[in-house]
Design a protein around this ligand. Sequence first.
Ligand code: PHE
Length: 340
Amino acid sequence: MKEKLEAMKNEALEAISKANDSSSLNDIRVRYLGKSGEMTLLMRGLGNVSKEERPILGKMFNDVRGEIESALESKTSIIVEQEKQARLLAEDIDVTLPSTFEGFGTLHPLSKTKKEIVDTFLEMGFTVDEGPEIETDMFNFQLLNVPKDHPAREMQDTFYVGDEMVLRTQTSSMQARIMTTQKPPIRVIIPGKVYRSDDDVSHSPIFHQIEGLAVDKHITMGDLQGCLEAFAEKVFSKDTKVRLRPSYFPFTEPSVEVDVTCSVCHGKGCSVCKHTGWVEILGAGVVNPVVLDMCGIDSKEYSGFAFGLGVERIAMIKYGIPNIKLLYENDVRFLKQFDK
Ligand code: PHE
């Protein structure tokens, strides 16, 4: 029995010394020390040996088990370390190599312009609202004093999507929506997309407007002018002047078109302002009392002003962009110029 035990021990130690990965070490453990391994099989023979010999052999078994276990243990730690080193080598990363950084994205010039305008009016105490782009004829036209056969419909080339439904041609539709549902005082701006059948270097069939509406007691054209002056100074530059020219819109009376001194040449005259020193930026006016009354606000008690501006137009003037299409092509070489 002693010889068998000795032979088994040598066999196991040799196998351990030859093993070179953790899974074969595990196989060796199972084969020699496992529940039905060789050690267990040999121990069964202990029942047949004499009483005197039994404790001596028992101690030998324990010693052999201990020897095999510690050999396994030390070999395991060597192999685990080797395997770790091999893995680190295989996954080698050179953290000192220069990176392939692609740069951060930035706001699109239209988003940037819109944000600046909205922020300016927020500072003046306006709130921001939004509304549907598929609009009823009622809100887009009729409640704004443009009945079905009115010649003013010709001013805007409308996309009809049904007898009574249009793609809104102006964010002014939201004036009607707000005035029919809210009580004064009202101070709101409405940014949004609008649609017109129009397409050239300064027009696109889909573009962005920002509508402004203030309704309260004693609101006058002077309030409109003050508001627009503050807006122009903030969005263009401190020295920007504002000029109101008489105009016509069915929903404002009186109506004005608003010009600012050209931000490219500061009024001296250049190609952007067609050598006039002024550029038109928006339409506005005092809310027509007829509209107030149609929307359920008493025109004897309240008055208001409204304006509507094109975001593309403001961006084109501000940055000297010659063609509206540049704003939609998303050519990175163009967009990068606003990366500041
Ligand atoms: N809705 C007009 C347009 O799109 C602009 C406007 C808005 C004019 C509000 C007066 C008052 O041309």
